[in-house]
Design a binder for this molecule. Structure first.
Ligand code: GSH
Length: 210
């Protein structure tokens, strides 16, 4: 039995959606960043990094969304992560792009917003950080136009789910624009039953595909 610690709408939602697709028993525990739950002693005792996703199973505590998703897809032979060859390498490169490049770009911009004193230096740094996120969404659109409809072509992979989760983040001081191919992907993925179930369970509204 898995226990997933998640914060509504955070990167942990991708793990939640994937667990919903696997047809395995699991418990989802709300650990809200907004309510300070990720920094409470009882959670820090489990995960001193104070972040979600955090997955417990078989006496283990697992962190890092990209690794958790890879583990779950492998353990349950999910087609969301091909088993070998270029198909697997390609799926992993896009999963890692979403997890370690796009997600981190949002985190950096958030950090600048929270920690740098107001003034021209902050404006410059924030603009550069926000521009870099928009350029990633532009790159995704160009990629999908040439290679879509999914990040890895004709087959959906776990990376599409994490991308769809990140697209719905609206806590930065700029709303990013998504091209038509990206919007189609966001609409398709967010409409799937496993995704709709996670949105309902986390009480999150999906707005990015509108
Ligand atoms: N590299 C980590 C990043 C995890 C992360 O930054 N999670 C955010 C939510 S998207 C978080 O829990 N932040 C904790 C906080 O802000 O208190 C992963 O992929 O699991």
């Amino acid at each position: 039995m898995y226990t997933l610690y998640y914060s509504p709408g955070a990167c942990s939602m991708a793990v939640h959606v994937i667990l919903n697709t696997l047809n395995v028993p699991f418990k989802a525990v709300r650990t809200s960043i907004k309510d300070g739950d990720t920094k409470k002693p009882e959670f820090l005792k489990k995960n001193p990094r104070g972040a979600v996703p955090f997955l417990e199973f078989d006496g283990h505590g697992m962190r890092e969304g990209g690794a958790i998703i890879t583990y779950l897809c492998d353990a349950h032979s999910s087609p969301l992560l091909p088993k070998s060859g270029w198909a697997r390498a390609n799926a992993l490169q896009w999963l890692m792009f979403a997890n370690a490049t796009l997600h981190v770009a949002y985190s950096k911009a958030g950090m600048i917003g929270r920690t740098v004193d107001d003034g021209p230096s902050k404006e410059k740094a924030l603009k550069a950080a926000l521009d870099s996120i928009q350029s990633m969404w532009d790159e995704i659109e160009t990629h999908l136009a040439a290679n879509g409809p999914y990040l890895c072509g004709k087959e959906q992979t776990a990376a599409d789910i994490l991308l769809t989760v990140i697209a719905n983040w609206s806590w930065l001081p700029r709303q990013f624009s998504f091209g038509p191919k990206t919007k189609t992907l966001l609409k398709t993925i967010s409409a799937q039953p496993a995704y709709q179930k996670a949105l309902q369970e986390e009480q999150v509204e999906y707005k990015a595909a509108a």
